[in-house]
Design a protein around this ligand. Structure first.
Ligand code: HEM
Length: 715
């Protein structure tokens, strides 16, 4: 019987369709096609085969089943199905940027590290900021430690300084890290709360881990709710070593200091920002870099020798301790500038692999047991997360200096040896050789002792530096610590955990302990926790530990939100925006409709946000420029009243023109005006107004809007 020949599928009939400004082709099912024309490349499969139709899968008849020889469909869906890689087990949510490190002076006296030899030399760098506990999709303003991981691509290998925005840590030994993280992340049976430590497991673990008390003070301070990634410090945390060409060692602690000063938000503000803009920090970094306002940090180091280390009764190997800056002034040695966003988030920010053990010759480790444990952990985790041993071949992880070795094969090998010789020593004079002079030499420290699971007594003071941190804060900052502890412990359901925490606070500061106990509604105070060592009362406050003391005195780099309506005084608005721009700050306009307003001179001014989409929590200060008639409508808008009331509650500066007074009244603040609520001067006085904004917050207002009446003392 003759074989029946089926004709090739006929070319589909298409008709031209116009969708607003786009010309497309429409198929029989109404689907739209865009075809390659002119310079537009032809869509291909991953194998390079050109694709004719990317809208319809291959099927038998228009309403029939799909067929398995649709290799294009199969490949496309296969690839999509495998798009996700495991998120980081900690620090899953992060945001990165490229930049460079610039050395100020030669540090040859202390270190042979190549990047510190030549003044003015710039070395490429990549930084990833992160939160610790939340999943990849969590909100930016979680109360959490921020990761501050820096990869510097030096000429002698990558240096990863994998730090945080807090200079101490929860635990003294890496063996406790899985417990800490299990306790901090969502509870395993219910999978909540996410990106929060306000739950039983965290405080249960912490209250049974007194070594974490210094860190507790730091995490309950405003450090864990930074206003911007650009306004935080970064710390290498551990004591490291610099080693010079003569193999002499100096201990070193690394600190990143933001050029624009420190700043945090208020807790109530953080909660609202998370709803209004969960990407608040990444958007801020993106906008700053894209608009040419490159964030900058100075690298400062505390350098000391063994005799200096021995002068303390705490141990410089203990990562729960700092060396106060007043006792050892950090010296500036260079600056880090971030000037370019990644081209692709996944390729760079997600696939970047930081590892504490990545150090170039001239930088070495100390015996800090947490650091040594970390050096073990990070390589393992990259293998799991990035799927094979060749993650160093990814462009973001590959060194930018010559590199040669005999590592070969493995999944996705992209750097493959050429030639016959893949070992050494060899007699073919092929391939790289070791170099005793240029190569990495570990500092030859003398080590001896009993092999056992030990912790030195010099790690046993758990409260003195916690107290020192607390007494170094301004009044407002101390109030915030008390409120944060109260909030977190109020979410703890097991009462004994609350009590246990307050008993630790008794060893830190009695007033803090009683304030928290009062706010939690304790009827009596618990006894102070049994301490391994008594709290030292003689440590001097260290002003360097306060954010407010370290704050900027200028509004530079900050953002003013200006609420405008139809009839806004065009000259006043122009004067204000000019003054803000001159201060190197930015502004955004908020209006009843995002389409904008018609100003007093008839110009149409587009807005950045409608009122509901631009609450005042997104700004460092606000101004309200309205016309009398528009204000009549505005006072009936809840979002407009919240805009003002929240700005006031969050202790922000508020500038207003006279027509806005009814809105201040309706927002309930007209009777409590203070030095932070300012009638806008004429156009001439606006620079002085903007200078005033440099104080950032009117913390003195806070007791009147927040704390309420003090409760009677607890016996
Ligand atoms: C001073 C204490 C610590 C600091 C400052 C710190 C800092 C960081 C930072 C900043 C990241 C995120 C890196 C990135 O952006 O990709 C990170 C990730 C991580 N850390 Fe730590 N960490 C500390 C302690 C530890 C300890 C003790 C361990 C384990 C023993 C550990 C294990 C990890 C792991 C497994 C990751 C995920 C890495 C990845 O998947 O890429 N960390 N850490």
């Amino acid at each position: 019987m003759a074989k029946k020949i089926t004709p090739a599928s006929p070319a589909p009939k298409l008709e031209t369709a116009t969708i607003h400004d786009q010309k497309l082709q429409r198929g029989a099912g109404g689907e739209l096609h865009q075809f390659a024309e002119g310079d537009t490349p032809v869509l291909t499969t991953a194998q390079g085969g050109p694709v004719a139709d990317d809208q319809n899968s291959l099927r038998v008849g228009a309403r029939g089943p799909l067929v398995v020889d649709d290799f294009h469909f199969r490949e496309k869906i296969f690839h999509f199905d495998h798009e996700r890689i495991p998120e980081r087990v900690v620090h899953a949510r992060g945001y990165g940027a490229h930049g460079y490190f610039e050395t100020y002076e030669s540090l040859a006296k202390y270190t042979r590290a190549d990047l510190f030899q030549r003044p003015g030399e710039k070395t490429p760098a990549f930084v990833r900021f992160s939160t610790v506990a939340g999943n990849k999709g969590s909100a930016d303003l979680a109360r959490d430690v921020r990761g501050f991981a820096v990869k510097i691509y030096t000429q002698e290998g990558n240096w990863d300084l994998v730090g945080n925005n807090i200079p101490v840590f929860f635990i003294q030994d890496a063996i406790k890290f899985p417990d800490l993280i299990h306790a901090a992340k969502q509870e395993p049976d219910r999978a909540f709360p996410q990106a929060q430590t306000a739950h039983d497991s965290f405080w249960d673990f912490i209250s049974l881990t007194p070594e974490s008390m210094n860190m507790v003070m730091w995490i309950m301070s405003d450090r864990t709710i930074p206003r911007s990634l650009r306004f935080m410090e970064g710390f290498g945390v551990h004591t490291f070593r610099f080693v010079n060409a003569r193999d002499e060692s100096t201990f070193v602690k690394f600190h990143w200091k933001p050029k624009l000063g420190l700043q945090s938000v208020a807790w109530n503000e953080a909660v609202k920002i998370n709803g209004a803009d969960p990407d608040f920090h990444r958007r801020d970094l993106w906008n700053a870099i894209q608009s040419g306002n490159f964030p900058e940090w100075e690298l400062q180091v505390q350098l000391f020798d063994q005799a200096f280390a021995d002068s303390f009764d705490f141990d410089v190997l203990d990562p729960t301790k700092i060396i106060p800056e007043e006792l050892l002034k950090p010296q500036p040695i260079g600056r880090l500038v971030l000037d370019r966003m990644p081209d692709n988030f996944f390729a760079e920010t997600e696939q970047v692999a930081f590892m504490t053990q990545n150090v170039p010759p001239g930088i070495d480790f100390s015996n800090d047991p947490l650091l040594q444990g970390r050096n073990f952990s990070y390589l393992d985790t990259q293998l799991k997360r990035l799927g094979g041993p060749n993650f160093t071949h990814l462009p973001i992880n590959a060194p930018k200096c010559p590199m040669h070795n005999f590592q070969q094969d493995g999944h996705m090998a992209m750097r493959n040896p050429i030639g016959r010789t893949n070992y050494q020593p060899n007699s073919r004079n092929e391939g790289p050789r070791e170099s005793p002079m240029q190569g990495y030499r570990h500092f030859a420290s003398e080590e001896q002792g009993t092999k056992a699971r030990l912790r030195p007594q010099s790690f046993a003071d758990h409260y003195s530096q916690a107290r020192q941190f607390y007494i170094s804060q301004t009044g407002a900052e101390q109030r915030h610590i008390a409120s944060a502890l109260t909030f977190e412990l109020s979410k703890v359901e097991t009462l004994v955990i609350r009590e246990r925490m307050v008993s630790h606070l008794m060893n830190i500061d009695e007033t803090l302990a009683t304030t928290v106990a009062q706010k939690l509604g304790f009827k009596s105070m618990p006894k102070a926790a049994d301490a391994a060592m008594p709290t030292r009362q003689d440590l001097e406050p260290s002003p360097a530990l306060s954010i407010v003391e370290r704050g900027p005195k200028r509004f530079e780099g900050r953002k003013l939100g200006i609420l405008i309506t139809d009839g806004v005084d065009a000259k006043l608005l122009k004067g204000l925006t000019d003054a803000i721009t001159k201060e190197k700050a930015v502004f955004e306009l908020i209006a009843p409709k995002v389409g904008g307003v018609t100003a007093s001179d008839g110009t149409l001014i587009a807005a950045h946000h409608m009122i509901d989409g631009g609450p005042s929590v997104l700004f460092d200060a606000v101004a309200i420029l309205t016309s009398a008639s528009a204000t009549e409508d505005l006072v009936n808008e809840a979002a407009a009243r919240d805009f003002v009331a929240d700005a006031f509650q969050h202790c922000k500066f508020i500038g207003y023109d006279h027509s806005a007074v009814p809105l201040l009244e309706k927002a309930g603040i007209a009777d409590s005006l203070d030095e932070g609520v300012l009638s806008l001067p004429g156009e001439e006085g606006l620079s002085a107004f903007v200078a005033e904004l440099g104080k950032l917050r009117v913390w003195g207002r806070e007791p009147s809007v927040k704390l309420g009446k003090a409760s009677p003392p607890i016996k």
